[in-house]
Write a protein that binds this ligand. Structure first.
Ligand SMILES: [Zn+2]
Length: 364
C-alpha cells in the first residue's frame, strides 16, 4: 500500500512536471527581439505578445493536425508571408508593418533568397522572424524523402548564409502538403512546423479588397489564427496597410513567433550556399543590373509574371476546401473557381523541368 502510494506520488510528480514544461514562453521584448521605439504607441497595431517556441524534437503549431499545439487566445493573430522575398512586394509590406509597429514571420524560398540576399537582411534587420519554405517550392508529397531533405536543407543553409547567422528553425510546407517521413525528418532536425488557420487565398484573386475580406471574414468566425499571405503578389502588398488598420480598429492583437533556439545547419549545404552566394555576388559585380533581378539565371525562381498557377496554390486546411471550390462571388466571379486539388502528374512534370534547369548545380 505504501509502495502503491509512493508510486502514485512519483507519477503525479512526473505528470506535474511534464505539464509545466513549457513548449513556449512569453519573453520580454528587447531580449532576443529588437524592441521598437513605437512599441507603446496604442494608436498603432504593435505586437501584444512575443512567444518563444521550443522546437526541440519538432513541434506542429496551428492548423488542423490533431497533434498540433495552439498558442493563440481569442482576438490574437500571427501574420505570416510565404514564397518571397521579392523586393517589389516584400518592400511595401515591410513599410506597412513598420508603419504599424508590428511584426510578422516570413517563410522564405531558398531560390528567392538567393535572388536577393540583401532583402533577407532587410527583413531580419526590421525585427521580423524568418523561417524557410524549401529551396524551390516543391510539393513534398510527390518527391522522394531524400529530395525533400535536400529541399529543406538547401533553403535552411542559403537563408542562413544570406542572413549571416542561422535562420529560425521554423518551417512551412509548400502547398501545406507534408509526408510522415518528412515530418519525422524535421523532428530529428529540431525544426518546428507552422501551419495555417486563416488562409487569405491571395493566390486565387488579383483583388486586394478580396484578400482583405477573405482574412477579416474568416477571422470574424474563427476569432483568432495564424494568417497565411504571400509576399509575391502585388495585390497582397496593396491590402496590408488597410488590413493592419482594420485589425487594430477591430481590437485584434498581433503575436510574434520567435524560436527558442537556432537551426543547426549542415556543413555540406553551407558550403554549397556560400558558393551560390559568391557566384551571385560575382554576377552582380560584373553586371549591377543582376542586383535584385527577380529571376536568378541559374534557377527557375518564380516571378510575378512567371508564377505557375500550380506554384502558388496551397492545399487548404480541410475546413476551407469545400468553400474553395465554389465561385468567389465577392470578386465578381472572376476568380479561378477550380478545385484546389492539383493533379500529381502536373507537379511531377513541373518538378522535372525545374531540375533540368539545374538549380541544384551547387547542391549535389
Ligand atoms: Zn508557398
Amino acid at each position: 500500500m505504501r509502495q502503491a502510494f509512493a508510486y502514485t506520488l512519483a507519477v503525479a510528480t512526473f505528470l506535474g512536471l511534464a505539464a509545466h514544461t513549457p513548449l513556449w514562453a512569453e519573453i520580454e521584448a528587447g531580449g532576443s527581439v529588437k524592441a521598437d521605439a513605437c512599441a507603446g504607441d496604442t494608436t498603432r497595431l504593435g505586437v501584444s505578445r512575443i512567444v518563444e517556441i521550443d522546437t526541440a524534437g519538432g513541434v506542429d503549431v496551428g492548423g488542423d493536425k490533431a497533434s498540433a499545439k495552439h498558442l493563440l487566445n481569442d482576438g490574437e493573430v500571427v501574420l505570416t508571408f510565404d514564397d518571397g522575398p521579392m523586393k517589389s512586394v516584400t518592400g511595401p509590406i515591410l513599410k506597412a508593418l513598420a508603419a504599424q509597429c508590428t511584426k510578422a514571420t516570413f517563410f522564405m524560398v531558398g531560390q528567392m533568397a538567393l535572388a536577393d540576399p540583401d532583402l533577407v537582411k532587410e527583413v531580419i534587420d526590421a525585427g521580423h522572424t524568418v523561417g524557410t519554405h524549401t529551396w524551390s517550392h516543391k510539393n513534398i508529397h510527390v518527391i522522394s524523402t531524400a529530395k525533400a531533405q535536400q529541399e529543406i536543407e538547401a533553403a535552411v543553409s542559403l537563408v542562413s548564409k544570406a542572413k549571416g547567422s542561422p535562420v529560425s528553425p521554423l518551417f512551412r510546407f509548400p502547398y501545406l502538403n507534408s509526408t510522415k517521413q518528412t515530418e519525422a525528418y524535421l523532428k530529428t532536425r529540431n525544426i518546428g512546423t507552422i501551419w495555417v488557420d486563416i488562409d487569405s487565398k491571395d493566390y486565387r484573386t488579383r483583388s486586394a479588397k478580396v484578400v482583405e475580406q477573405n482574412i477579416l471574414s474568416q477571422l470574424a468566425k474563427e476569432k483568432k489564427g495564424i494568417i497565411l499571405m504571400h509576399d509575391i503578389h502585388p495585390w497582397t502588398a496593396a491590402q496590408v496597410p488597410d488590413l493592419l488598420k482594420e485589425l487594430h480598429d477591430r481590437g485584434y492583437k498581433v503575436v510574434q513567433l520567435v524560436p527558442k533556439g537556432q537551426t543547426e545547419t549542415i556543413a555540406s549545404y553551407d558550403a554549397a550556399a556560400e558558393k551560390a552566394l559568391s557566384a551571385k555576388l560575382a554576377a552582380k559585380k560584373a553586371n549591377p543590373m543582376v542586383s535584385r533581378s527577380i529571376v536568378w539565371p541559374m534557377s527557375a525562381a518564380p516571378t510575378a509574371e512567371n508564377v505557375p498557377s500550380a506554384g502558388t496554390r496551397h492545399r487548404l486546411p480541410a475546413r476551407y476546401r469545400k468553400v474553395a471550390t465554389k465561385p468567389d462571388v465577392a470578386d465578381g466571379g472572376s476568380d479561378d473557381a477550380a478545385p484546389v486539388k492539383i493533379p500529381v502528374s502536373k507537379y511531377r512534370r513541373a518538378g522535372k523541368a525545374k531540375d533540368d534547369a539545374s538549380p541544384w548545380q551547387f547542391f549535389n
